[in-house]
Design a binder for this molecule. Structure first.
Ligand code: OSB
Ligand code: MG
Length: 370
């Protein structure tokens, strides 16, 4: 495969409703797409770095910068040497510390182009064993409990099989109690996005009464030992999101007792190939995984659905249907049917941007050529 050009395309899509987490409120999904043009096919991906470095240290402008300066030139180097392949990209940029979201974005666009040339779907390439995946929904922090109950009722009516509540100090035990009381025996879990400290152990132990599937990332990203201590003191299983940046990190976290369950987000871990390695590590250690999300457009959601169809993904993910995010997405719509979303079957990621919608949501475009 020869690399001819790379486009970084900034887009902004209004969300159907504001999404509030412990680290901020999103009213628009502001991200950039990576578009590669090769001699055989074009490829697309979505970078999950957010506008501000509040979920993790990466942010969109920083990711564009590292792509421009080092990652795209590395891919060009492989192309010039005649060895460009998605599998060769990770090793070629291993010397670049961190910047996994930026790396994931270019690797995925290359993988999309490569698989389109082969006429093969990403689901097939990654080892998917299902043609549809059970889906959950991540519900943001709200001003008051009645609004939360209305939102949860709507998602349950739509068929979502699992509800995840975003929590933070001041919005945790009360909303969890209210949702459990109102909706009974539903699959329920919470996500703190690092909003607590080791001093909050007794407080978080109050959640034990509500039979949650898991608590996701209560403590800061670097505090894997703190999660191991917490896990000994609460009965709710601990799941890590932000802390799991690689297969090695997943293995270390599990073996140290810091988590029972892992949220895999391809962007956070450097791509789909590393995601499969994390899946394999967790499976070997007997731990469940599920596929997280970052409010992606269809360009990012399609390959997440493929990943979520691997055999170790035994819990419903945050791979919700289009209507949960957007009135009009840049790709075809994903729908929820009987609590499941279908895995794309076409070549590559299986979806393409609609040129008219893409043009309407584009903020800026930058072409990188030799
Ligand atoms: O922590 O899982 C998270 C969204 C943006 C950033 C981080 C997270 C989330 C979500 C929503 O929880 C997942 C989704 O529906 O895409
Ligand atoms: Mg999370």
């Amino acid at each position: 495969m020869k690399l001819e050009a790379v486009e970084l395309r900034r887009v902004a899509l209004p969300l159907v409703s504001p999404f509030r987490t412990s680290f901020g409120v999103e009213t628009d999904h502001d991200c950039f797409l990576v578009h590669v043009v090769t001699d055989g096919a074009e490829g697309w991906s979505e970078c999950v770095a957010m506008e501000r470095p509040a979920y993790s240290s990466e942010y969109a402008d920083g990711a564009c910068d590292v792509l421009r300066r080092w990652l795209v030139p590395a891919a060009r180097g492989l192309s010039d040497a005649g060895t460009l392949a998605a599998e060769a990209f990770g090793p070629a940029v291993e010397w670049v510390k961190g910047h996994r979201m930026a790396k994931a974005a270019l690797e995925t666009a290359l993988l999309d182009a490569q698989l389109r040339i082969e006429g093969r779907s990403i689901a097939d390439r990654l080892g998917a064993v299902k043609d549809r995946v059970p889906t959950g929904v991540s519900v943001g922090i709200m001003d008051a409990v009645p609004a939360l109950l209305d939102a949860v009722a709507g998602y349950l009516d739509a068929g979502y099989l699992r509800i995840k509540l975003k929590i933070e100090p001041g919005w945790d035990v009360e909303p969890v109690r209210a949702v459990r009381e109102r909706f009974g025996d539903i699959l329920l879990q919470v996500d703190a996005n690092t909003a607590y400290t080791r001093h909050d152990t007794e407080h978080l132990a109050q959640l034990d009464a509500y039979d949650l599937l898991l608590i996701e990332q209560p403590l800061e990203e670097e505090d894997v030992p703190g999660h191991a201590l917490l896990a000994q003191r609460i009965s709710t299983p601990v799941c890590l999101d932000e802390s799991i940046v690689s297969a090695q990190a997943a293995r270390d976290a599990i073996l140290s007792g810091a988590c029972e369950i892992v949220n895999i987000k391809p962007g956070r871990v450097g791509g789909y190939l590393e995601s499969v390695r994390i899946h394999d590590v967790c499976r070997d250690l007997g731990k469940a995984v599920w596929c997280g999300g970052m409010l992606e457009t269809g360009i990012g959601r399609a390959p997440n659905l493929a990943l979520a169809a691997l055999p170790g993904f035994t819990l419903p993910g945050d791979t919700s249907a289009t209507a949960r995010y957007y009135h009009r997405d840049i790709t075809r719509e994903f729908v929820i049917e009987d609590g499941h979303v279908a895995v794309p079957t076409g070549p590559g990621i299986g979806v393409e941007p609609d040129p008219d919608v893409l043009a309407a949501v584009t903020v800026s475009s930058e072409w990188l050529r030799d």
